[in-house]
Design a binder for this molecule. Structure first.
Ligand SMILES: NC(=O)c1ccc[n+]([C@@H]2O[C@H](COP(=O)([O-])OP(=O)(O)OC[C@H]3O[C@@H](n4cnc5c(N)ncnc54)[C@H](O)[C@@H]3O)[C@@H](O)[C@H]2O)c1
Length: 437
């Protein structure tokens, strides 16, 4: 990829389109509105609070990211979405039970104006959901064409200059890439033939790319992680990325595992279990959807610890991940980790992590950052997979010949260096030899 010669300014409105108007989406939209009104602080958002150091440490240049690169302003965001339930964003937020009534009441009027468009849905892909707000069409291709129409209508009605789509809908059953995903003609043929390997999320992704809209995947579904859509995104100059927001347990995993590796401490096993009681938890009760999530959560350790390079430290790891649907907890997940490590002469030690987190509170700022960074990438002419945004994903997409980078610190450095690179600032290597000349 070549360095952008220039970045188009973010003039006009940016429409943020959200397939899935559940806990994460509504917490995101309510939060943006509260921040816009000066009622709250966008905690957790790099685009709003983060800084980038430029030049030498002695120069004292540390602008905010939003002052370094031309990002869309929160005031210029408008929201739209699709859901299988007809609830408006206020009703959906009340049902999701993430935000307190005192916060929701302040933005009730605003949220009530956001009504979901009819979803492209197929219960074969999300077994534990049944809804009425669903599109009808003879083929999957017809449904995708209807999504394209929704996108165009939304843009016109809301007078948007640009759009971006972030998948915040449920986790679909596990799919592996197969022949119909290998190139665009096969993919489009399969849509027309109602092939079972074409998931609803793929229809949204195809529609977004067709309309020149960047697409980020917040769930672990295969969706846009297939050669056909990668190729299509490149051809249409559209940024794409995923998969699966990196929020709670995996965030900590990708912080702790790099620490063990940096110190050459060994690992015998890592047992992760969760209880959560939101709709996401209910969907993940189905073994098909759980398998998709499990694969996404399991990947990180293998890539970070590189057992083939360090067989004596990481050659025999027992890594288990469990998610248990437990309604009393709602969106307030509890994630436990039992980590069996070993040190000098093989002596064993244990670490226990108990993270009482709030799923959607952690995910909402990620949706915001992804929307703003994907829009930035498009204005900078960066097409195809945006690997520099791996920072936000549990299962980051990358070029076929690469392995994904999971280490949060490498991801953070990559993200910030990409921002420096985009605006022609020197990259930071952390060598610092010049200070000692
Ligand atoms: N910390 C987090 O919250 C977190 C982290 C990583 C990934 N995720 C993923 O983000 C997604 C959203 O999480 P959530 O807690 O908001 O879930 P949720 O169940 O509250 O919301 C998802 C919504 O998507 C809708 N939906 C399902 N299929 C659809 C389709 N084909 N088209 C349109 N709408 C559809 C559902 O009706 C539901 O309202 C899930 O896939 C979840 O696994 C969440």
């Amino acid at each position: 990829m070549r360095r952008p010669a220039s970045i188009a300014p973010p003039k006009g409105k940016l429409g943020v389109l959200l397939p899935g108007m559940g806990a994460v989406s509504t917490t995101f939209m309510a939060g943006v509105e509260l921040v816009r009104r000066g009622e709250s602080v966008p905690v957790g958002s790099l685009t709003q609070l983060g800084t980038v150091r430029l030049g030498k440490r002695t120069e004292g240049r540390t602008p905010k990211i939003k002052d370094l690169v031309p990002l869309a302003k929160l005031d210029d965001l408008v929201f739209g979405g699709w859901d299988v339930f007809p609830d408006d964003a206020y009703q959906a937020a009340v049902k999701a039970g993430v935000l307190d009534a005192k916060d929701l009441t302040k933005v009730q009027k605003f949220l009530k104006t956001i009504k979901p468009m009819k979803a492209a849905f197929d219960q074969n892909f999300v077994k534990n959901l049944q809804g009425t707000n669903v599109k009808k069409g003879k083929t999957k291709f017809d449904l995708a064409e209807q999504i394209r129409e929704d996108i165009r209508d939304f843009k016109k009605k809301n007078k948007c200059d640009r759009l971006v789509m972030v998948w915040c809908a449920s986790t679909e059953v596990f799919l592996k890439a197969e022949d119909v995903h290998k190139d665009l003609p096969s993919f489009e043929k399969a849509m027309k033939a109602n092939h079972p390997a074409i998931a609803p999320s793929m229809l949204y992704a195809w529609a977004a790319i067709s309309e020149g809209v960047p697409f980020a995947n917040g769930a672990p579904n295969l969706t846009v992680d297939i050669p056909a859509l990668e190729e299509y995104a490149k051809a249409k100059n559209v940024p794409i990325g995923g998969k699966d927001f990196k929020t709670g347990q995996t965030l900590l995993k990708t912080v702790l595992a790099p620490a063990f590796k940096a110190r050459m401490l060994g690992l015998n096993g890592w047992f992760s279990t969760n209880i959560l009681g939101n709709r996401d938890g209910e969907v993940l009760e189905d073994p098909g959807s759980f398998k998709t999530k499990e694969e996404s959560k399991l990947g990180a350790l293998e890539y970070i610890l590189q057992p083939s390079i360090y067989p004596e430290l990481y050659g025999k790891i027992h890594h288990k991940v469990r998610i248990n649907y437990y309604p009393p907890r709602g969106d307030n997940k509890e994630g436990w980790d039992n980590i069996d490590i070993f040190g000098w002469l093989g002596y064993p030690m244990q670490i226990k992590v108990d993270f009482l987190c709030r799923d959607s509170i952690l995910a909402a700022p990620i949706v915001l950052d992804l929307a703003l960074f994907f829009d930035l990438a498009q204005r900078a002419g960066m097409r195809g997979i945006q690997e520099w945004l791996s920072f936000y994903f549990k299962s980051p997409m990358c070029a076929r010949e690469l392995y994904p980078e999971h280490d949060l610190f490498i991801q953070s450095m990559k993200l910030k260096n990409t921002l420096r690179w985009m605006v022609g600032e020197e990259l930071i290597t952390h060598l610092g030899a010049e200070y000692y000349d």
